[in-house]
Write a protein that binds this ligand. Structure first.
Ligand code: BGC
Length: 420
């Protein structure tokens, strides 16, 4: 079992994460519009895309049904959050990352929905009452329709709307918040929306670059606003970090790894400079560079066909030590309906963090993705990332998976042996 003789730092965040659109249900935003436009197509192409996955026989019916790709009621977390927080509390976790849905708070430009605001006030207070540290994300991929109609983050001048939203939230709800993730994975928004066409967007490298840069600019601006309001805030952004390794010893493969690390990670960290209190590390992939080609991982894969090498998080964390910025693992997890590999994923993640801490890397927390099975964006409802299984056939009933119990046992031990 992980962490047998290790003293974890006091205050280390042990938790889990969600994003509003993936769990709440009944959101009307740029994503809900896109889902309706693309659901038929996604259902039609599912066989071609996924039939090679070992899980296919189990998911074929769901994945070929357009309903799978419409978030709809999601897992009704908006109404059932108390029940979900009971589970987090019961697992003994001390942190929870979630996002506030901008489209609920400002459904029309400049019109603030006080009922939605009060909902989130009660939501955060409920976490606090249970001794769970809220980790608030301000942008997890969904925006109000009026904002996307103005061009969303494609246009630099629109950042001001996001700043206004962020300031509103912090002024109204900030007294109960310490950790803030400004923007979630700008790299995914740009790449999947404007190159791969798996998120709202269109094929355009220019727009991809604009969105990417504007989201980081948005981070910087919100960082400034937050720190002006209150120095106590710990403000960061989250980004995907793949472990890049060379497939062979050739000069080209090794140079590609070097370039990958520099261009995908280090450049942006330098651009952010001092405007961040932490970096949210989101780890799912190992990318092998074979000359010019990029080959994903190995033969052991998750339900989604992503490689299963959680242990490589250690190298990502150790490599990031150069920037001397505190790191929080704001996401890492596995799509695993049968809960066959999740325990191993969690254990290897924790060992990785432990090794990084022992090597002097400043890691402040680990938030498993995700608390609940949820709406996995372009993949719809079939991938199951949850510590908690959600039964879509029987009233969205929650069932805690055995791997979650394992995680709880490790956390209990870690908290008991925490040192200053
Ligand atoms: C996103 C999550 C998503 C997860 C698994 C991350 O990139 O932030 O919203 O569910 O990956 O795909």
């Amino acid at each position: 079992m992980a962490n047998r003789e290790f003293n974890w730092p006091k205050g280390f965040l042990w938790g889990t994460a969600t994003a509003a659109h993936q769990v709440e249900g009944s959101n009307i935003n740029n994503w809900s519009v896109w889902e309706l436009q693309t659901a038929q197509h996604r259902a039609k192409t599912a066989k071609q895309l996924h039939s090679k996955l070992p899980i296919w026989p189990e998911i074929a019916e769901l994945a070929t049904n357009p309903d799978c790709y419409v978030s709809g009621a999601a897992v009704d977390h908006y109404r059932r959050y108390e029940e979900d927080f009971d589970i987090i509390e019961d697992l003994g976790l001390n942190a929870f990352r979630f996002s506030i849905e901008w489209s609920r708070i400002e459904p029309d430009e400049g019109a603030w929905n006080v009922a939605a605001l009060e909902h989130y006030r009660a939501y955060i207070a409920s976490l606090r009452r249970r001794g769970i540290e809220p980790v608030l994300t301000l942008y997890h991929w969904t925006v109000p329709i009026w904002f996307s109609e103005k061009g969303g983050f494609e246009k630099g001048k629109n950042i001001a709307y996001f700043e206004r939203f962020a300031e509103y939230i912090l002024r109204k709800l900030g007294s109960d918040i310490r950790y803030i993730v400004t923007v979630n994975e700008p790299d995914s928004v740009a790449g999947q929306g404007y190159v791969m066409l798996e998120h709202p967007g269109e094929k355009s490298l220019i727009k991809a670059a604009a969105v990417y840069i504007n989201l980081f600019r948005a981070h910087k601006k919100v960082y400034k606003i937050a720190k002006k309001l209150n120095k106590k805030y710990m403000v960061g952004f989250s980004k995907t970090f793949a472990y890049a390794k060379a497939y062979d010893d050739s000069w080209l493969s090794r140079t590609m790894v070097w370039l990958d690390n520099k261009l995908r990670d280090d450049l942006i960290i330098r651009f952010i400079g001092k405007s961040t209190d932490f970096i949210g590390v989101q780890f799912y992939f190992t990318d092998q560079h074979h000359g010019w080609e990029l080959v994903h991982g190995n033969k052991e894969v998750t339900d989604m066909g992503w490689d299963r090498q959680p242990q490589n998080l250690e190298f990502v964390l150790k490599r990031l030590a150069w920037c001397k910025i505190p790191l929080i693992i704001t996401e890492t997890g596995i799509a695993d309906r049968g809960d066959r590999w999740r325990k191993e994923w969690i254990e290897k993640t924790i060992v990785s963090v432990q090794h990084a801490l022992e090597a002097g890397v400043d890691v402040r927390g680990y938030l498993y993705w995700s608390l609940l099975d949820n709406f996995e964006w372009a993949f719809g409802r079939w991938p199951a990332f949850g510590l908690v299984e959600v039964d879509y056939e029987h009233g969205l009933k929650r069932k805690v998976r055995p791997s979650a119990r394992y995680y709880a046992a490790v956390v209990k031990k870690a908290l008991a042996h925490a040192v200053k």
